[in-house]
Structure formats: C-alpha cells, structure tokens
Design a binder for this molecule. Structure first.
Ligand SMILES: Cc1cc2nc3c(=O)[nH]c(=O)nc-3n(C[C@H](O)[C@H](O)[C@H](O)COP(=O)(O)OP(=O)(O)OC[C@H]3O[C@@H](n4cnc5c(N)ncnc54)[C@H](O)[C@@H]3O)c2cc1C
Length: 423
C-alpha cells in the first residue's frame, strides 16, 4: 500500500465498488479499502443470493418508494437511473432479466456475478481493492489532507488522501461488515447522524399463532396496521409467517412504520385480509352460496377452499367450531365469525428483529449536509458520501441498491473531475 493516494474509497460494498470505478482518472492514484476478507459480502447475499438489482418503475413512483427523503435522490437518478444501471451492468458483462413486480435480476440469478464484474473492472483500471483494511479513524492534517488510521491485516497503518468517499453502509447485517463506522467518521467532520433503526425487518407477534403456521406464505393479501382501533396504513401483496412473527415483502415495507410505532410505545396490531378482492358483503354471499351448495359437507372441508391447508387447524381453534359440523348446521353467527377472521385476521405486534435481520438501516448521515448534485459534504470539501450511510432508505424491490449505485456513480464522477496539486 502507498502512503498517499489522490482518492480513497472506504468500504467495498455496491456503493464503494461503483464509486471507485467511476472515480477512475488515469492521472489519479486511487484505492478502495475494505475491512472484510472479501468485498461486498452483503451484495453477495442480496435478494437471497439473486440480487434484485433495480426496478422498472418510472422516476416519480420510484422516488416515492423512499418516502419524503426520496427528493434528495432526484438529481442522482437524473444522472444514473434504473436503465442506465442495467446498461452499465450489461457492459460489465452481467446481462439482466425482468421479473414480476418490475424487479430486475442478473440473468444468471447470481449476485456474485455482479461483484465479480466490478472486481474485474477495477483490475482492468488498475485500481486496487485492499481487503482486511479496516479504517478506524478519519481526520484532516495541517495541509488539508485526509488522514486515515487503519489496521491492515491486523497491523496498524496510516495513509493520506486528497479526497475520500465514505461508502461504509449502515448497521444492518453487521456480519457482512456494515457496522455503522461511517457514522463515526462523518461525525468527526461535524455531520449530524439522524436516529437509526432497523428497517425492512421482520416483526414479532404475540402468542404462538405465527409459530403454528410458520412457513405459510400468503400472496395477494392486504395487511393493515392499527393502533388504538385506528387504521394507520395498509398494503397489498405477499407476506409470510415465521417462527416468531411475520415477514415478506409487505411486512418488510410496513416495518418502518411498525418499528417507529413500537419505539413510540404505541399499542400495535395488524389485520390480515385474506380475501381482499371481496368486501364483507360479497364474502358473506360467497360463504352463503358455498354452504347452500355443499350443505352435507363438513366445516373443515369448506375451509379447504378458503385457506392454505396449514392454516385450517388454527382457524378451527380460533373459531371454536366443530370441524365435523355439516354446513347446513352452521349458524349465522358462526358464518360471521368466519368472515371476520378471513377479512380481519388479527395479530398483536410486540417487537421487531434486530439489525442482524434488517435489510436496511433507516436514519444515517443527514441529507441536509450533503450536496445532492455532487454527494460532497457541505461541511468538508472533498469528502464524499454515498450509499446506505446516508439517511435515505427505500422499500424492497431493488430500490435500495439503485440508490446506492446512483449516489456512488455521482460521487465517483465528481471525484474523477477534481484536480490536485502536482497533477
Ligand atoms: C439480506 C439482504 C438482502 C438484500 N437484498 C436486496 C435486494 O435484493 N435489492 C436491493 O435493492 N437491496 C437489497 N438489500 C439492501 C442492499 O444490499 C444495501 O442497501 C446495500 O448493500 C448498501 O450498499 P452500501 O455499499 O451502501 O453498503 P454495504 O453493502 O453495507 O457495504 C459497506 C461496506 O463497507 C465496509 N466497511 C464498513 N466499515 C468499514 C471500515 N471502517 N473500513 C473499511 N471498510 C468498511 C463493509 O465491510 C462493507 O463491505 C439487501 C440487504 C440485505 C441485508
């Protein structure tokens, strides 16, 4: 390792890999530092190892996936958006394919192909990735150069740089190397770090309901979030029961709301509408028809046409209706109880999983202190930040990786164009 570089990128996740490639300038010395043994451990496991790269959605709805803070990304996306990313990956040798929900994946279904392609590109550009290079402190010296204290393969080291890009990620899945150190580095330069919390995280529910139907996946359901008998929000899509609660795309998306409600000590519960296509009246008519048409059938059999098999025993227990009861014996009250459970299956939310199981971190380095057209710190010249270290996070569906890559693309391009004394 040299003792001085023009450009140092800290953290070789998706943002760091992109920032380093895009910072390439034949007149600059550049290095990408990564504390783990391999670059981009999180990217390798993203999308269950398949990597949901981006989404087909148009700009406006794409930005909305990040909530109010999405506006910050508008300029970055105007420079490098979903199809630019797909073309970019294609040029790196990673063809992609479009799937349900507008989601793009590598044609090979292998997230590692993306990592390998970036690594190969960096090799071609002769930009080294130094692994097991753990940056422990970032400051500036009297001459205005950045000073990085680090351990390299366990041994202390120091290196200086004219410009630095922090791409150290957030706090989620710390086993992949993302442990929030970029927040500390940013704070040292006066940056505000907004409150962080696990986001896109499974939630925990009371009792043993989830455990009893663990593994059951529900497609095309609506989950509504309630507090004190007031509906807060709802989402339609897919969810799954786990041993301790619920997860799946809509739950993960709702988790930011659920986590903040839990943090505010609110009473939180969800209701699962298993038949969202039918309102109460239509569902009741359907139940009446079924009962009339199959009056000699038993109740348990009727449930088979309404529910995934693994949920039948649970429904029978909750409804307290004899499974062998013939349908013509089902009372109006019992039919109502069944309808209510199908439309409003209740679960008390009592907590959420930790950062260990959160797809992203909400909160991070305040966007007010970052120039959205350059990703440069407004507080420190030639300090750039990109990716999840920033206080912007989105829903599931390829949005988070796109924001990491787009912000890093911009930061990289800016660093590329900077001049240094002696160059
Ligand atoms: C299980 C899982 C699945 C996901 N699937 C998807 C998906 O399919 N689609 C999607 O859009 N998003 C997905 N995400 C989210 C996405 O992976 C992240 O938003 C993205 O990886 C953030 O990129 P980043 O480069 O900013 O940070 P990270 O990927 O967190 O990378 C940061 C890097 O910096 C290194 N580092 C940290 N501190 C230091 C230091 N002090 N010195 C040196 N190096 C350091 C870390 O080791 C790490 O390699 C998933 C996340 C998880 C956990």
């Amino acid at each position: 390792m040299e003792s001085h570089y023009n450009t140092i990128v800290i953290g070789a996740g998706p943002a760091g890999l992109m920032a380093a490639v895009e910072a390439y300038n034949p007149k600059h010395s550049i290095v990408l530092l990564e504390k783990m043994r391999k670059p981009a451990l999180k990217l390798r496991i993203s999308g269950k190892g398949r990597c949901n790269i981006t989404n087909e959605e148009g700009m406006e709805s794409f930005l909305n996936r990040f909530g109010k803070k999405g506006r910050f990304l508008k300029y970055a996306f105007s420079q490098f958006f979903n199809h630019d990313l797909l073309n970019y990956l294609n040029e790196l040798g990673v063809p992609t394919k479009l799937e349900r929900g507008g989601r793009y994946f590598p044609q090979s279904d292998k997230a590692t192909d993306i990592v390998d392609a970036f690594v190969k590109k960096l090799e071609e550009l002769q930009i080294p990735i130094i692994t097991q290079a753990h940056v422990t402190d970032l400051s500036k010296d009297d001459q205005g150069r950045f000073v990085l204290q680090m351990t390299h393969s366990g041994r202390p080291a120091q290196v200086t740089a004219d410009q630095v890009c922090i791409t150290t990620g957030g706090l989620s899945y710390p086993a992949t190397g993302s442990t929030g150190e970029g927040y500390i580095m940013s704070k040292a330069f006066g940056h505000t770090v907004t409150d962080t919390a696990p986001s896109l995280v499974p939630v925990l529910t009371a009792g043993d309901i989830a455990k009893r139907v663990q593994g059951v996946s529900l497609r095309n359901v609506t989950v509504s979030v309630w507090s004190e008998n007031k509906k807060v929000t709802e989402l339609f899509g897919e969810m799954m029961f786990t041993r301790k609660g619920v997860t799946g795309p809509i739950i993960l998306t709702l988790s930011e709301t659920l986590v903040s409600m839990l943090d505010a000590k609110q009473d939180v519960h969800i209701k699962i509408d298993l038949k969202p296509a039918l309102d109460h009246k239509k569902l009741d008519l359907r139940l009446q028809r079924e009962i009339a048409e199959h009056s000699k059938q038993n109740f348990k059999n009727m449930l088979k046409s309404l529910l995934p098999r693994k949920m039948i025993a649970l429904f029978l227990d909750i409804l307290k209706i004899d499974p062998e009861k013939q349908l013509h014996q089902i009372t109006g009250e019992e039919r109502k109880k069944l309808r209510m459970l199908l439309k409003e299956f209740p679960m008390q939310v009592i907590g959420h999983d930790s950062y260990d199981h959160a797809i992203v971190t909400s909160g991070g380095v305040s966007l007010k202190e970052i120039n959205p057209t350059t990703m440069e710190s407004k507080l420190t010249e030639r300090l750039y930040l990109a990716g999840e270290v920033l206080d912007v996070n989105g829903e599931t569906g390829g949005y988070n990786l796109t924001s990491s890559w787009s912000t890093a693309f911009l930061a990289g391009r800016m660093m590329r164009n900077n001049d240094f004394r002696g160059n």
